[in-house]
Design a protein around this ligand. Structure first.
Ligand code: TMP
Length: 254
């Protein structure tokens, strides 16, 4: 079998050329990084869980008419996606203060924000993803005003949908990060959701105990990361108790 062509390798995922033009295979690794990869480790089973959780979220978003890159899951670690040109802007939506906003603005962790807040960060590992405004995005040409509008209105719809989805299983959606891409179809370009939505890219707190069910367990050396991600998957009904998720070794793409 021929070796697959790697098109891009990020910290937690690899993108391979897909079976048809305009498609890619998105592979979820077990690698975990934080603080711009200053902290790194391998957490066995994380990639499998994120693949399943992200599949679940993206399928539902597709169903409600949010355009996404997701086509279908291929196997335990991989999904088939539409190829897009990634817009180099990370869109963060916050409902409750946690993480960088607590330090930047001195808001106490856990404070419910007066309304949902959208923030933009420039996607640059060298610069450590600095926070930016719409002015920077348009001045430097990272996205045009229409694309910014698309990203913001999609982010609000996604927040409403995810907030309800997690509330129904006793989880608070504290914040999350989105990435969008440009999909070219004939001579049309449209803005669609790309990347992943998983406990790596969201903050999720148990509604009763405020127990963290996300990557903060890794960032803060709390342990129990896979157990927390598994809890999220089980509550979503996409994983049975005791279902094995640890897959080492070769994986085949259908
Ligand atoms: P922050 O509080 O560190 O700015 O993070 C906000 C949200 O974005 C949080 O849910 C974690 C997520 N996030 C990523 O997915 N990737 C990143 O590189 C960073 C910094 C945050």
């Amino acid at each position: 079998m021929a070796r697959r062509r790697i098109l891009y390798e990020g910290k937690a995922k690899v993108l391979y050329a897909g079976p048809e033009p305009g498609t890619l295979v998105q592979h979820f690794k077990d690698d975990a990084t934080a603080f711009n990869a200053e902290k790194r480790d391998t957490v066995e089973g994380k990639g499998v869980l994120n693949n399943r959780i992200s599949e679940y979220v993206f399928s539902h978003l597709n169903e409600i008419g949010v355009p996404t890159h997701f086509i279908k899951r291929l196997n335990m670690r991989e999904q088939l996606v539409h190829e897009v040109e990634i817009i180099p802007v990370e869109v963060v939506v916050r409902n409750i203060a946690a993480g960088s906003i607590t330090k930047r603005l001195g808001v106490e962790e856990g404070t419910r924000l007066p309304r949902s807040i959208i923030e933009f960060f420039y996607k640059s590992d060298e610069l450590g993803d600095p926070m930016i405004s719409e002015e920077h995005i348009t001045a430097f040409g990272w996205a045009n005003p229409q694309e910014i509008d698309d990203m913001m209105s999609l982010a609000i719809r996604i927040n409403d949908f995810l907030g309800g989805m997690f509330a129904a299983i006793g989880i608070r959606l504290v914040d999350f990060k989105l990435e969008f891409g440009r999909q070219v179809e004939n001579d049309m370009v449209r803005t669609i959701l790309a990347d992943e939505i998983s406990p790596d890219t969201c903050r999720l707190w148990d509604a009763q105990t405020n127990n963290k069910l996300d990557k903060d367990r890794f960032r803060r050396d709390m342990g129990g990361l896979v157990e927390a991600y598994r809890e999220v998957a089980q509550r979503l009904g996409i994983l049975q108790e005791n279902e094995p998720i640890k897959t080492r070794g070769p994986v085949l793409v259908k």
